[in-house]
Design a protein around this ligand. Structure first.
Ligand SMILES: Nc1nc2c(ncn2[C@@H]2O[C@H](COP(=O)(O)OP(=O)(O)OP(=O)(O)O)[C@@H](O)[C@H]2O)c(=O)[nH]1
Ligand SMILES: C[C@H](OP(=O)(O)O)C(=O)O
Length: 203
């Protein structure tokens, strides 16, 4: 049985935290390339993706445009059993998503490194999402309040979402030596600034 999977996508002005590195058009292109990779991984893991986007986007999956805020757009479609996988999980693989979809629990939560909720599975109609801020903590609270059993699914390959410049360094460091094409083409490479591994862009 395929796992119905919502993939929220900001097609309008995505990845604003990467503005120091990329122009608005480049951020849209970067977001779209990562979306494509996530959709491939979701399908290979047995997911049936539906992109829930702020505006039309060309991608290899059905798209529904919903201009509401993220949480409202997701809650409007969260009937059990449904997964939600964010479009910027650049390290996600079919293997980790297969294990994630198979994890049991009324609510399965994959934490993001910065306190967000990078992916979830809902099997109980009493649960609602509440994204942004420290949403992972909010989702644990929402699940408890709804009397849902919770499985915390902590996996590096789901915990990294590309928000900040340093997240790109983590992608490069874990890309098994092969720089992802979208980063190579943009001239982005590893750099060290004061001991913290970061990225720089060869203009
Ligand atoms: N449908 C929809 N998706 C959204 C919205 N805001 C963010 N997303 C998506 O939800 C996921 C996580 O959001 P963020 O990490 O905040 O992504 P972002 O908005 O592109 O990044 P920033 O502009 O840096 O906050 C990403 O895949 C976004 O594309 C929204 O308002 N509506
Ligand atoms: C959508 C949001 O993503 P973040 O802004 O934390 O990357 C969240 O996970 O609650």
């Amino acid at each position: 049985m395929a796992m119905r999977t919502l993939v929220p996508f900001d097609a309008t002005d995505p990845k604003t935290r990467l503005s120091p590195l990329f122009s608005p058009d480049e951020r849209r292109e970067l977001a779209a390339v990562m979306l494509g990779d996530v959709l491939d991984a979701v399908r290979a893991a047995g997911g049936d993706p539906l992109v829930v986007a702020t505006d039309d986007v060309a991608c290899d999956a059905p798209v529904v445009v919903d201009e509401r805020a993220l949480s409202d757009a997701v809650n409007a479609r969260l009937e059990p059993k449904t997964a939600v996988v964010m479009a910027d999980l650049a390290l996600s693989t079919p293997r980790v998503l297969d294990a994630f979809f198979a994890a049991s629990g009324d609510v399965v939560l994959a934490p993001g490194l910065g306190g967000g909720t990078n992916a979830l599975v809902v099997r109980d109609d009493g649960f609602a999402v509440d994204y942004h801020g420290a949403s992972y903590r909010d989702h644990l609270r929402n699940a408890a309040a709804a009397g849902c059993s919770v499985r915390e699914f902590d996996a590096t390959r789901l915990a990294l979402d590309v928000d900040e410049r340093t997240d790109l360094a983590d992608v490069l460091l874990r890309a098994e030596g092969e720089t992802p094409g979208w980063l190579r083409d943009a001239g982005v490479g590893l750099a060290t600034d004061g001991g913290r591994t970061n990225v720089a862009r060869k203009r």
